[in-house]
Ligand binder design. Structure first.
Ligand code: PGA
Length: 252
């Protein structure tokens, strides 16, 4: 069993309601009971309207809550339907997912994502920055080019490295039950860490998670790649049992 800190981050997407407090409470209890067993950080990113509610209802918090996006405007403004980073922070969010492929495919560009990251950091949120290639890009062998560009064009040059976590999510793997070959995944994670250090002229390794169809049945495959610093989990994070089983099976 590894002693390195690992992240288990849930992305509920547009699912959940006030009754979902049951799910959050079970995960929170599990985290408390196993607080000494392994070095882990659990974050659940929920729809915005649930952040404040969950935050208030959990008497003692052993997990963190996060949001799934924020507006790029750093502050208030005439943006109907928008939610800025400061609002998320005040609601009790500690993390925010930015650059998710579902938002990129709806028109989010690297430069918009850069503004969002800047605003999130400005408001003291931790950023889960998603990068990943599409199937077409993978087939054209452009994966490394795409990943490098996403990192270069979206991450601000000067910031606290501890506030950003990169999540490598191959777009073709999200919600499809298709996984990368473990050897390819290991090389990609190594590439991301190496390129990041080159781009930002640092010796510090960034945290890099894997996301895409992670579940309680396949998690053991990933535990062999020690370079992976954790997981961004979509579908399987909406069931407390499935999410907890992922943790149990990872540390088996
Ligand atoms: P998935 O989603 O685990 O359902 O594939 C991952 C994500 O979208 O972050």
């Amino acid at each position: 069993m590894t002693n390195k800190l690992k992240y288990f981050i849930g992305n509920w997407k547009m699912f959940g309601d006030f009754n979902s407090l049951k799910i959050i409470s079970k995960i929170n209890n599990f985290s408390y009971i196993h607080r000494k067993a392994c070095r882990k950080k659990i974050v659940i990113c929920v729809p915005n309207l649930l952040i404040h509610y969950f935050n208030n209802k959990l008497k003692s918090k052993h997990i963190s809550l996060g949001a799934q996006n924020c507006h790029h405007n750093d502050g208030d403004g005439a943006f109907t339907g928008g939610t800025n980073a400061s609002m998320l922070k005040k609601a009790g969010s500690e993390y925010v997912i930015l650059g998710h492929s579902e938002n990129r495919s709806a028109g989010e560009t690297n430069s918009i994502i850069k503004k969002k990251i800047f605003s999130a950091l400005n408001n003291n949120l931790n950023v889960i920055f998603c990068i990943g290639e599409t199937l077409k890009e993978k087939k054209k062998k452009r994966t490394f080019y795409v990943l490098k560009k996403q990192i270069k064009d979206s991450l601000p040059k000067k910031y606290d490295i501890n506030k950003i976590i990169i999540a490598y999510e191959p777009v073709w793997s999200i919600g499809t039950n298709k996984l990368p070959k473990m050897n390819d995944l290991k090389k990609t994670i190594q590439f991301i860490k190496k390129e990041y250090k080159k781009i930002f002229r640092t010796k510090i390794d960034p945290k890099v998670l894997y996301g895409g169809s992670v579940n309680n049945k396949n998690i053991h495959l990933f535990s062999m790649i020690y370079q992976i610093d954790g997981f961004l989990i979509g579908g399987a994070s909406r069931s407390s049992k499935k999410f907890i089983d992922i943790l149990k099976n990872y540390y088996k």
